[in-house]
Structures are given as C-alpha cells and as structure tokens.
Design a protein around this ligand. Structure first.
Ligand code: ADP
Ligand code: MN
Ligand code: MN
Ligand code: MN
Length: 343
C-alpha cells in the first residue's frame, strides 16, 4: 500500500514569493503529520540557495486530504529550513510561531478575505479582446453571464477547499469582472495562514484544469478598476468581550512608526493599490473608523452596536504573506493590550 503526498512550499521569489510543490510516494498507511518524513529540494531553482550549496530542507507543518487526487492522497504544507535545520531566511512561519506562542493567552483569531483575479491569457477573464468591459457597478455579487466570469472554477475551488477540510467560510464575486474573493477563518494565526496558503495552492491548481490562471496581483488593471486586497479581520478574547480593547487595538496601529512598519510588509505594490480611491485609504495616512470603507482600519457597525467583536485591517494587498500580516497584528495589538492591562 502507498499514497501520494504533495509537498507544497513557499519559495524565495522577490518581491512576492510563489508556491512550489512536488510529489512523494509514501509506502504504508498515513499515520499523521508527525510521521511524515522531511524532504529536500534544489534551492538554486527557487531563489533559496546558490548552486554550489543548493540543498534546502522541507519540513511538514500541516497536512490535509488531497481533494484533487482523492483517495488516501494528501497535501503537505512545509516550511523551508537550511541543512542545519534552522529556518531559511525566506521562512516567515518560524517568526510567527514565536509571536503566536508569546501571546497565545490573549486568544487571537483571524478571518482573511482573499481577493484574486482570473486571467485568460493576458486579459482578465470577461474582458473583451479589444478595449474594456462596461465600467464597474454590476459585477460585485452579481448573477448572469453578462456579469459573472469564472463561476465554474470558483465553485470547484470552494468544493476542493471543503474536501480538504480548510476553514474556508465564504465566497463572493468582486467589483471588477473576473475578480473574486474567498474568506478563511476566523481561526488562530497559524491556522489561518497555513489554510490560506493551501487554499491559494488549490486555487492555482483548480484553475489549471480549466485553462485559466489566477493571480494575486494587487492592481491587475491600471486605471479606474478596483485593486485586489486581503482584508484581515482580527480579534482577541478581550476585543470579543468589550469595546475598550477594540479602541486600544485601533489606536496601537497608529502609534509612532507602526503605520509604515505594517504597510511596507503588507505586500509588494501596496502604494499602487492604497491610493485613497476605490474603497482604500492612502498608504501613508493611518485612520480608523466605524463602518468606514475609506479608512485603513474599519470597525464594523455591528461591533460598535454590540460594543465588542473585531476590527478589519483593510490595507493588506492580495499578495500579502499571511504569516507576516498576522504576526505584525498580534505583535502590535497584543503588546498594546497587555500594556493597557486589557487582557
Ligand atoms: P466584508 O466583505 O463585509 O468586509 P466578509 O464577510 O468578507 O466581510 O469577511 C468578514 C471576515 O471576518 C470573515 O472572514 C470572518 O471570518 C471574519 N470574522 C468574523 N468574526 C471575527 C472575529 N471575532 N475575529 C476575527 N475575524 C472575524
Ligand atoms: Mn469580503
Ligand atoms: Mn472584497
Ligand atoms: Mn472586507
């Protein structure tokens, strides 16, 4: 007896990492994550090593059923180590692990809204061969073949995420034709990040079978078209129980160098997307507000009404690394809550 394990990892491509994967045949029955062997790869082909010392290590960190192959086959998300078993410089999961452990008692959870765009060749799906489609207005959450492009792929991707057991919580069509969103969470920082990376891999892999490509490009069409973001919804136990902690979290994100520390790590090309137009706040000006989709951070109206809940950081780009955005939010907000004695 044997099963196929698809080892998936995040490469060293700059400024935005790509996903890579390869298949390992494992004999016997699957005995849990801890029994999966470490593996290696050629880091000189992924911008993770020089040719003269090219071996890098894949360490399994999360596994789930493989909905593409089915049967006993599995997907295995790995982080990348050097051969001395220390985290490689491209490994952003290791520093998140440390921060998540430090603040675990505050019970931080995240829901991330992943926006993306399908492309058919060099044009977004639904864009005519010459020129542009009708301007934005009817596409968001639309229905009908004049508004919607790629729903068959989206449905197949959703089904695959559910079969894999990922914490996917919804999907919707977005503001530009061919643009969509799925949400993962709310779950812990490591879970939301691991699940989001696997959901991204499944998106690319599912779309492959339909002959279209999916991109996390934050501004896939220049001009008067919405960009693609990854709104990051965040709460701690104290924020889920009271409004004071909500305000402390919002204020902490505006202190000193924090706005820039965050924004410069929220995905390459963020200044092109956070212009102040198209439901964004300008990248160099931090604001927060209730119901305000033009603010950097939004407090949903229901949260103000209930006096508790979560906040939405609207700044992260679609191409953000979830290991990085969750680490920064936990570090900044949980430190401030701890300092204010609101834990
Ligand atoms: P919108 O498009 O209106 O901004 P969505 O429904 O797409 O909102 O996404 C809201 C996200 O907020 C979901 O991913 C959900 O999991 C997340 N969420 C809900 N409650 C919490 C909470 N207490 N803490 C963190 N995230 C939450
Ligand atoms: Mn949404
Ligand atoms: Mn959206
Ligand atoms: Mn949102």
């Amino acid at each position: 007896m044997a099963f196929k394990a698809e080892y998936i990892w995040i490469d060293g491509t700059e400024p935005t990492a790509k996903l890579r994967s390869k298949t390992k045949i494992i004999t016997g029955a699957f005995g849990g994550l801890g029994t999966l062997p470490i593996w290696g790869f050629d880091g000189s082909s992924t911008n993770q090593a020089e040719g003269h010392a090219s071996d890098r290590v894949l360490r399994p960190v999360f596994s789930c059923p493989d909905p593409i192959r089915g049967g006993d086959d599995i997907l295995v998300l790995c982080d990348v180590l050097d051969t001395d078993m220390t985290p490689h410089r491209s490994n952003t999961r290791a520093p998140l692990t440390e921060v998540a452990e430090r603040f675990a008692a505050q019970e931080p959870i995240f829901g991330i809204e992943q926006e993306y765009t399908f492309f058919d060749g060099s044009r977004p799906l639904g864009f005519p061969e010459n020129g542009f489609p009708a301007p934005q207005g009817g596409y968001y959450c639309g229905v009908g073949s004049d508004e919607i492009f790629g729903r068959d792929v989206v449905e197949a991707h959703l089904e695959n995420c559910l079969k894999a057991g990922l914490a996917i919580s919804g999907i919707n069509a977005e503001v530009m034709p061919g643009q969509w969103e799925f949400q993962v969470g709310p779950v812990s920082p490591l879970e939301v990040s691991d699940h989001l990376w696997v959901a991204r891999w499944l998106l690319y892999r599912t779309a492959e079978d339909f002959g279209v490509s999916a991109t996390l490009d934050p501004k896939p069409v220049k001009g008067d078209w919405n960009g693609a973001g990854a709104h990051t919804n965040f709460s701690t136990k104290a924020m889920r129980e009271g409004y004071e902690a909500i305000i402390t979290a919002c204020e902490s994100l505006g202190e000193g160098s924090k706005p820039l520390d965050h924004v410069k790590n929220y995905g390459a090309g963020i200044d092109e997307r956070l212009t102040g137009l198209h439901e964004t706040a300008p990248w160099d000006k931090y604001t927060y507000g209730v119901s305000d989709r033009g603010a950097s951070v939004r407090i949903p109206w229901q949260v103000e009404k209930d006096g508790k809940g979560y906040i939405e950081d609207r700044r992260p780009n679609a191409n953000v690394d979830p290991y990085v955005v969750t680490r920064l939010l936990v570090d900044t907000c949980c430190s401030a809550l701890e300092k204010a004695g609101q834990v």
